[in-house]
Design a protein around this ligand. Structure first.
Ligand SMILES: O=P(O)(O)OC[C@H]1O[C@H](OP(=O)(O)OP(=O)(O)O)[C@H](O)[C@@H]1O
Ligand SMILES: NC(=O)CC[C@H](N)C(=O)O
Ligand code: SF4
Ligand SMILES: [Mg+2]
Length: 435
């Protein structure tokens, strides 16, 4: 997913970008980077707090930043990436994944172009550079209209800051006024944390230019065809974020309620698989009347396991611990948002059984993930998705539960419609992809 940030005409840009990226840390834990005016940068592997320290402060009022969860290219490369072109210096931070990146890189190299990184993101810079215009803004618009998906980006140029979303709006992006300037962020929560009030969701297929002495200028470069990633609502985004004006926590609760409507399991307690399983578990508990309990404790010093590039099992083991006093002798219903690779759930079921639970049921408030994602999630191979290889009986045996239930595709779609979210992608569930 990755988190991106931009600031224009704001005091201590470095510190503001730091704060935005800290709120977006859940979108990428591998590396963090900032570029401020003059194109000076601070980058490093690891979390925001360890990379963007106050000792490394660089002055400036304009800049962009990135937290990375890699989907293309090597793990140790860090965004934003910067290049010199005939049209000026340009730096890009990207959330998403360019679906035809292999072909586009080959096309550029065959025409004599060279790449400084292995990232798909660099293609955007090349297209900017080869665009048949001298004007940098027109060149950017041309580049964006030629790259279909998937991207939400912030671009720092000598003369402007730009923020754009592909025509499907697969990944999110927002901006708001701050001091005498503007801030851009992947999720609106990052803007609200800083006290911004009027927040604008950037429309799919548009680019917003921020320049000195002008209000933001919105330019459409492609027809809008909304296919927002529904998995942002299920797992990626923070519960206090909103997309299309709809709150993530409320959608997760509605998914939990719908799961109860479809599968009325009997249990003594509902236990959320923290963190992202919490809201759905609350929805299930409220609909069923089964009390929600704190049966798994989460270590707050360990991040998300799914977006780690390796050692996921070790991370899950260290991250969650069973609370024996709550679980012993109980029939426990575990609720989680999703099962993707299947790293988490069998370990949790084992833990809960060892803690003395009489029976363990598992409810997942999204449908089985059967298809890869090429839009910014690192699940490009179908073989790594446990539900694409096994039927529900086998999955139940694999996770070791007395019963495993998922939300149906129809139920899932209905919840989004009822919540007022239309034009979603659910390709990894129903194999109906936007591109
Ligand atoms: O089937 P898997 O491949 O294990 O992936 C699914 C699990 O990973 C995610 O949790 P994660 O620990 O990443 O983050 P969270 O703390 O936000 O729940 C998600 O919420 C599931 O629990
Ligand atoms: N998850 C993402 O948004 C990744 C962005 C970009 N494709 C990268 O690998 O750096
Ligand atoms: S395929 Fe799944 S994860 Fe990828 S954009 Fe669509 S809904 Fe989101
Ligand atoms: Mg989880």
């Amino acid at each position: 997913m990755c988190g991106i940030a931009g600031v224009w005409n704001v005091d201590e840009a470095y510190n503001v970008i730091h704060d935005v990226l800290l709120t977006l840390q859940h979108r990428g834990q591998q590396s963090a980077g900032v570029v401020v005016n003059g194109f000076r940068s601070v980058k490093g592997e690891g979390l925001v707090e360890s990379v963007l320290t106050s000792e490394r402060y660089i002055p400036g009022t304009k800049g962009i930043g990135h937290v990375r969860y890699s989907t293309y290219g090597s793990l140790d490369e860090i965004q934003p990436i910067t290049a010199h072109t005939l049209k000026g210096r340009i730096s890009v931070a990207h959330n998403g994944n360019i679906v035809d990146a292999d072909e586009k890189r080959r096309f550029i190299m065959e025409s004599g172009g060279i790449f400084a990184t292995t990232l798909d993101t660099e293609i955007i810079i090349h297209y900017f550079s080869i665009a048949p215009y001298e004007n940098p803004r027109e060149s950017l618009q041309w580049a964006l209209s030629r790259i279909k998906a998937a991207y939400s980006i912030v671009v720092l140029h000598d003369t402007f800051l730009a923020a754009a979303r592909d025509s499907f709006g697969i990944r999110p992006l927002f901006y708001a006024k701050f001091q005498d300037g503007y801030i851009i962020a992947s999720e609106d929560v990052a803007l609200r944390v800083l006290g911004c009030e009027e927040i604008t969701e950037i429309e799919p297929g548009t680019v917003v230019f921020f320049t000195d002495n002008n209000p933001p200028e919105i330019v459409r470069f492609a027809k809008r065809d909304d296919r927002f990633c529904s998995f942002e609502f299920v797992y990626f985004a923070r519960p206090d974020s909103n997309f299309y004006g709809v709150n993530v926590h409320e959608v997760r609760k509605a998914l939990g309620r719908k799961l109860y409507e479809e599968h009325k399991l009997q249990a003594d307690i509902v236990v959320p698989v923290l963190d992202s399983g919490f809201s759905g578990a609350l929805g299930y508990s409220q609909a069923s009347g089964i009390p929600i309990e704190y049966g798994l404790i989460r270590n707050h010093y360990i991040g998300r396991s799914f977006i780690m590039p390796k050692n996921r099992q070790d991370i899950v083991r260290r991250k969650l611990a069973a609370l024996n006093a709550v679980l012993e002798g109980k029939e426990v219903l575990l609720i989680d948002d999703s099962i993707v690779r299947g790293t988490t759930m069998n370990l949790i079921v084992e833990m809960v059984k060892e803690a003395g639970a009489k029976k363990v049921y598992v409810g997942i408030h999204s449908p089985p993930v059967i298809g890869p994602c090429n839009y910014g999630i690192d699940t490009s191979r179908r073989s790594e998705l446990i539900a694409s290889q096994n039927d529900i009986q086998k999955l139940q045996e694999y996770v070791g539960a007395n019963k495993l239930v998922y939300l149906s595709i129809e139920g899932y779609r209905e919840v989004f419609e009822n919540c007022g979210v239309r034009g979603i992608c659910m390709g990894c569930f129903d194999l109906n992809y936007p591109v």
